[in-house]
Design a protein around this ligand. Structure first.
Ligand code: GDP
Length: 195
């Protein structure tokens, strides 16, 4: 897919603020610092559309990026930041649950995990949640440049096993640093929003 236009149209905290209309959406979610902002910027070929956070855990809004006037890429706030207070965590949970359970435009939610590490307990909880809502057919492994090529299959296998991914689900891998994996990701993601 060629990205012709990409613009942020809304930072929402409640459903009334979600964009109107029936354009399809693909959302992305992951532990804070997993590389989600970098991945979004890389996928969209933009340097600073999504803010690469100097203070992790600060993005507490659902950000809607309108792509090619055809669909939205939706940036969900990250989880698992150690300094987040209990009330903040509860607010995050409510905001995400509301979005996942009510948003009719939503086609798929892509979970991001760091390719170097076994998915954390929070990652597992999140992925189970996604499966519960009927999502999770795609997982995006970030920071691909941080592992040796020879270790790739082993890491992907670990991610699949620990998240208990269904056989038909797919793992993609991306390096925001080297800009690798972009075409493959759009090949898989594009089919979700084509009409
Ligand atoms: P977010 O909190 O999930 O949005 O994560 P960020 O995009 O802000 O990235 C967190 C940190 O990981 C930053 O220091 C990034 O420079 C770094 N990072 C993100 N993606 C990559 C990648 O593909 N390769 C490498 N080497 N570092 C990355």
């Amino acid at each position: 897919m060629k990205i012709k236009t990409a613009e942020i149209v809304m930072s929402a905290v409640k459903p009334e603020q979600y964009p109107e209309g029936d354009l399809p959406e693909i959302a992305m979610v992951g532990r804070s610092n997993v590389g989600k902002s970098s991945a979004i910027n890389t996928l969209l070929g933009r340097k600073k559309l999504a803010r690469v956070s100097s203070s992790p855990g600060k993005t507490r809004t659902i950000n809607f990026y309108l792509i090619n006037n055809a669909f939205y890429l939706v940036d969900l706030p990250g989880y698992g930041y150690a300094k987040t207070s209990k009330p903040e965590r509860a607010a995050w949970g409510k905001m995400i649950e509301t979005y996942l359970s009510t948003r009719e435009n939503l086609q798929e939610v892509i979970q991001l995990v760091d390719i170097r590490h076994n998915p954390s307990q929070d990652d597992q909880l999140m992925y189970n949640w996604l499966k519960h809502f009927g999502y999770g057919s795609l997982v995006l492994a970030t920071k691909l440049d941080k592992i040796k090529r020879s270790q790739y299959q082993k890491h992907i296998k670990n991610i699949r096993e620990i998240l208990e991914m269904p056989p038909e689900s797919k793992v993609m891998a991306l390096s925001a640093l080297k800009k690798t994996g972009v075409e493959d990701a759009w090949e898989k993601m594009g089919s979700l929003v084509e009409r």
